[in-house]
Design a protein around this ligand. Sequence first.
Ligand code: PRP
Ligand code: MG
Length: 210
Amino acid sequence: MTPLKIALTKGRTEEQVIPLLEASGINCEGLKNKKRGLIFDEDPRYEIILVKGPDVLTYLNNGSVQIGIVGSDILDEQQNSQYAMLDLSVGKCRFVLASTSSFNPQQPRRKIIATKYPNITKRYFQGIGEDVEIIKIEGSVELSPLIGLADAIVDIVETGNTLRENNLHVYAKLQPVNTKLVVNRLALRQFKPQIRELITNLQQADADYA
Ligand code: PRP
Ligand code: MG
């Protein structure tokens, strides 16, 4: 049988999802002891690739992989939620608007907001009827109000440690984030029994885990 190809988001998602994959009976030895390898196929049923979040959707939409495991932040940013099949209990966090204590949310000047998520930020401010300037940053977004690049940031908070350590405060809570299993629509027909088996096992493991 052709193995099912899964694109897993590397980094935090990878760390949180591996115990779930293991609990659902998937051999993850390679993933747990990886060096610079990017393809893991020790379980003959699966071929797991490790890629960055936005690339999960590129592989998935193109049909190179059948399954993606990715944060809803990436799906929301790309407005690509149509393939989500399973919500996992891991990766739960939230988008917030944050800044230093000197930030005035009512400032008369047009706000400058730094973020890795320009579309989510644009939709949030449009929703509250405010026109802002958005600066796209690739990481360590928390720096930008400290260094004077932006008035505030829109970013993800999980434990709150990054905000605390940088003396930043939450000014508004935006949408929650969690990890989702997404499926390529065509693959849904071609790999039906395999996808069903994966989802049933993962659902069970996630329920035990949560
Ligand atoms: C994410 C996010 C926050 C932090 C939140 O960054 O952008 O900075 O984690 O987590 P916490 O509330 O538990 O501190 P990440 O570590 O992924 O790095 P990056 O933003 O530089 O890509
Ligand atoms: Mg960060």
